[in-house]
Every structure is written in C-alpha cells, then in structure tokens.
Design a protein around this ligand. Sequence first.
Ligand code: PMT
Length: 391
Amino acid sequence: MLKGKKILLGVTGGIAIYKVLDLISKLKKLEAQVDIIMTESATKMIAPITFQTMARSKVHTKLFESSDNYNVEHISLAQSCDIVLIAPATANIIAKIANGIADDLLSTTLLATKKPIILAHAMNSNMLDNPATKRNIDILLQRGHYFIETGTGFLACNHYGNGRMAEPNDIIDYLDCFLTKKDLDGKNIIITAGPTIERIDPVRYISNDSSGKMGYSIAKMARNRGANVILISGPTYLSQINGIETIHIETADELFEAIDDNFEDADCLIMAAAPADFKVKNRKDKKIKKTEIPELELVENKDILSYFGNIKGSKKIIGFAAETDNLKKNAKEKLHKKNLDYIIANDISKPGAGFNVDTNIASIISDSYTEDLPIMSKFDLADKILDLLKY
Ligand code: PMT
C-alpha cells in the first residue's frame, strides 16, 4: 500500500530520531517516496546528509533557503504529499501545531497543509503527562490529526515509563492501514490461523507445519480494509497484530469453541488454520517415561468447517484445501462436502506454496468459477480472498 505514496516526513529534535533512519530505510524498501523536513534541533542530533542519503532525496531545513525552482517551498511540500508524518514529534512541535505557530520550515508547512497529519510522538513521561501537552494533544485529536501510540519502556532520561516512540515496524503498519481504502467497513470477520496441537502428555503433542502466516496476512489485510476482525490463532511465533482481537487456542476442540462463541455476530468465516484431523484418546496427565513407549489411540476431530457450513445461513464461509495431489478435484469435493462459498486450493508440495513460507500459489474455486493465481505474497493473496466478500 505504501508503494508510490508520497510521505512528507517532519523530523524534530527528540532522541528517538535514531529510529527514524531505520524507518526511512524500511519506507524506501517498500518503494514509498520520502521528502524530509528537519528542524534545527534535529539537525544538531544527526546531520541532514545522513537522512538525505537514506531517503535519496533532498532534506529541507530552512524557510528562507534559496531554491533551484520557483515554487514556494513550504507550500509545494505541503501540497504535493499524500500524508505528513512527524517522527519523532516532540512536545514542542505538538505545542506549535496546536497553537498555530509558524516560525520555521516544518511548522509553517504544517500550517499550510490540508493533508492528513500523523504524529509519532516521543518524550519523557512527565512531559507527556503535563497538562499542557495533554491539552495540546487533545486539541490536535479534535482537529482530526492522528497520533501513533507511544510505548512503555526505558526512556533516554534513564527513567522507566510511557513516552517511547512507536517502533519503525509499528509506524509502517499504521501508515499501511491508514492508506488502505476501507471497503470492508463494518463487516465482522472471523479468521483462523496456524496449527492446532493435540497433546499426548504434558510435554508432547501431535501438530503440523502451519506457521500462521496465511491466516495472519488475511487478518491484517481485513483490518486494513476496515473490517472488525476476530483472529483465532493456534500456537505460532508471529507477533500480535495491533487493533485485532486475538483468541489463542491450542486444540481443534478449542478452535471449534472459539468460533462457536463468535459465529452468531459474524458476516464471514475464513478458515486458513490447519486443525489436526486427529486427537489422542488415551492422552496422559503425567509425562510418559521413555521406557514406557505408548500405543497412541487416535480419534477423529470434529470437522469444524462442515459444522459451520451447515448452519451458515447468509454468512459467507471460505475454506482452504491443502493438497499434494489432485488439487482441484479434492478442493471441489471439500467445497461441496463442507457447504462453502469458496475454497482456496493450495498445492503444498510446490516450492513457494503452503506451509511456513511468505508466498503462496492458489486457485480460488467456487461452484461456478475457478481462478488460478500466480505465485504471490500471502499478503497479496489475502487481498484477493477478501475481494470475494465485496459481492
Ligand atoms: O500457516 P501457514 O504456514 O501460512 O500455511 C498456510 C496453510 C497451508 C496452512 C493454509 O494455506 C491452508 O491450506 N490451510 C488449510 C489447511 C488444512 O487443514 O487443509 P485441509 O485440506 O486438511 O482442510 C480443509 C479445510 O477444512 C481447511 O479450511 C481447514 O481449516 C478445515 N478443517 C480441517 C480439519 C478439521 N478438523 N476441521 C476443519 O474445519
């Protein structure tokens, strides 16, 4: 979503400035265009040349510097961007914007722009709690500006508290979400992700290779597109997604219960999870000694999708089919057996598809049509799958 977007980045003099170089590097990798204005204090902390090199564009610092073109610099910067991001945003710049002060290039540009202004603020927790700062932040929120939540941790003043600037990845995630069209606004979507684990004893279990990447990509994209997402996740190493209610489960039975608790209010269920098909009937409560090799008795888990497919009413249900052979034939059978609206068939034996990779190769199959998709990131595939909910 950030590809080709023009971001005007205002950099002010806070110690969190060191994180902004990493932020710019990440924005450039995502092919965003970054124009930079630095305040005088910021230039005293890190030289503009460093930012210029990272952003591959001129860094603007002075209101009255002579320019090679005839545009009034603060007006052209204010007009030509898609969004303005201020990172780090100090208490001082927040106070200036709140009070309409325009005494340098950044504050003047901010007064001149009609583009969305997003602030990644950072300061000592006493400054953040100061009634003057609180009032200024309230004023800016009421005016329709946006703040990216600060984090809690060790601050530059050797003090533990709130006031750390959001991490570059969280800022990127925020911008990505901000810039995505909200065409699924108001839709309630349950998305399942990851494996389930079926315990043999307290330390051993049966599971599979699902990393959760497919389900988490759908959840993040659905959030970006404005949906209310409930993510039901088996055990994964993935980080929690901001702004999404996540229910953590272990077993297929718990997965079923979590869906059941939320199904009534849902408009759609997307099952990217890989629930184990069997559970251990003779599971032990105590760790099995290695001298007592157990005979495992397996019983079938409930077919979760079939259950919800049969009571779906007007809700849309999208399943996945993980196959190693007869991809489309097997997927179509699952589509009908489980009474699904769509099934996303992935041949998990192909390199770049299925478990534990960042890409997938899938076919979208419904009763009436099939679309074969090329290899793409799981995030792009998520976008395609969510398009199915628009109709
Ligand atoms: O998590 P990743 O590493 O990113 O990998 C992604 C993925 C390969 C797990 C994903 O793309 C995928 O294919 N998910 C479905 C895996 C699976 O269980 O496929 P299946 O063909 O065995 O099951 C068909 C459908 O029934 C699936 O939607 C599954 O969630 C569902 N199911 C399966 C078993 C069960 N007891 N109840 C179910 O509802």
